[in-house]
Design a protein around this ligand. Structure first.
Ligand code: N2P
Length: 358
């Protein structure tokens, strides 16, 4: 009996040991610790020199990973596994993540540089009081085009210009479900937050008639391809247009008259974070006007930092195509969080459009 008790005790100790180890390993998987910070950002969306500067200033080692859509980013964060400390979702994704309890509240006392952000970008509907997010970049969706390569008379003042039969195999589209379904809806006079099934099916059918004009649906390479004159025009995010036009000044950027999207990408702390202090330090560092200006100049996107604007070259800050005044953006729509099911439906429609291209 004694030996039985002894072996039972030994088994119990071993089992508890395993359990402890498993728990320990589990929590330590992807652990950032106080001396590393894991950042999850869109591709081509930070000046790498700033990451180095942050490391030097704080002694914190940065682990940097990228994503190419809000949907991919949310899935990864939901799965857990990697302890991302800072991420840069767009507004509708922030709203969704907040509702799904995937974000940690910010300690604004640790973000004194928030005072440099233009009020126009604070306290917005997706995050009242900026409890969970602080502005990083913002912009619009529009058409970048090469007047030398597009047929006479096409100005893309209307989304319908994309459907011009003379543009066969000449368009590139950003690889984004909300963007493509969004301009499809706008071209029909609907809101880019429309959830009416008949309108969505009408939009898919109309987008399918665009297929002969679409040369490619691409991610960050779209900049290189359009600047290299591989296509006549593209539907892109404004900051990508700015980068393209910096490379090739023949191109121009317009927002079609039927309407389009104005978006906001903010920094958040995902619930998986383990270096909260480092995350706040990084956010505050990026909110510093000199750093924000350097970042904006490097990536080409528009900064919401009002004290960074005077530090930018005049030709950037005075360009209303990329720093449109509030009265222009107020006629554009912000993506709403349409809820899990409708967002998946938008993705399915986009996939359907992509799959049935030749
Ligand atoms: C940068 C992508 C910007 C995303 N490559 C716009 N929300």
């Amino acid at each position: 009996m004694k030996s039985l008790i002894r072996s039972f005790a030994a088994i119990l100790v071993a089992a508890l040991g395993c359990l402890y180890l498993a728990t320990y390993l589990n929590t330590s998987e992807g652990y950032s610790g106080s001396n590393t910070l894991t950042i999850y950002n869109w591709g081509d969306y930070v000046d790498p020199e700033l990451l180095e500067k942050f490391q030097k200033e704080t002694g914190i080692t940065v682990i940097y990973q990228t994503f190419d859509s809000n949907e991919a980013m949310m899935t990864k964060i939901q799965q857990g596994g990697t302890t991302y400390d800072v991420a840069m979702p767009s507004e509708y994704a922030i709203d969704k993540m907040r509702q799904e309890n995937l974000l940690l509240p910010l300690d604004q006392a640790k973000l004194p540089n928030l005072k440099h952000i233009d009020e126009r970008f604070l306290d917005l509907g997706f995050d009242k009081g900026n409890k969970y997010s602080v502005p990083y970049f913002w912009g619009t969706v529009g058409v970048v085009f090469n007047p030398e390569l597009v047929p006479e008379g096409l100005t893309f003042d209307s989304w319908d210009d994309l459907w011009d039969p003379r543009l066969g195999n000449s368009l590139m589209l950003v690889d984004g479900a909300r963007e493509v379904i969004g301009f499809g809806l706008n071209s029909l006079g609907y809101s880019l937050n429309d959830t009416n099934e008949a309108h969505l099916q009408e939009t898919l059918a109309k987008l399918q008639t665009l297929t002969p004009n679409v040369k490619a649906i691409v991610g960050d390479e779209i900049k290189m391809l359009l600047a290299g004159e591989e296509a006549a025009a593209g539907v892109v995010w404004s900051g990508d247009a700015a980068e393209i036009m910096d490379e090739n000044d023949k191109l121009d950027y317009v927002i079609p008259k039927e309407g389009s999207n104005v978006w906001f990408d903010n920094m958040v702390i995902p619930r998986t974070a383990s270096n909260l202090d480092g995350a706040h330090k990084f956010m505050n560092f990026m909110l510093d006007p000199a750093n924000a200006a350097q970042n904006a100049e490097y990536v080409g996107y528009s900064t919401p930092n009002k004290d960074a604007i005077p530090l930018l070259p005049e030709e950037i800050s005075s360009d209303e195509r990329f720093y449109p005044p509030a009265q222009l953006t107020s006629r554009l729509e912000v993506y709403n969080n349409l809820g899990k099911r409708m967002l998946s439906h938008y993705n399915e429609l986009f996939l359907e459009f992509k799959m049935h291209r030749k």
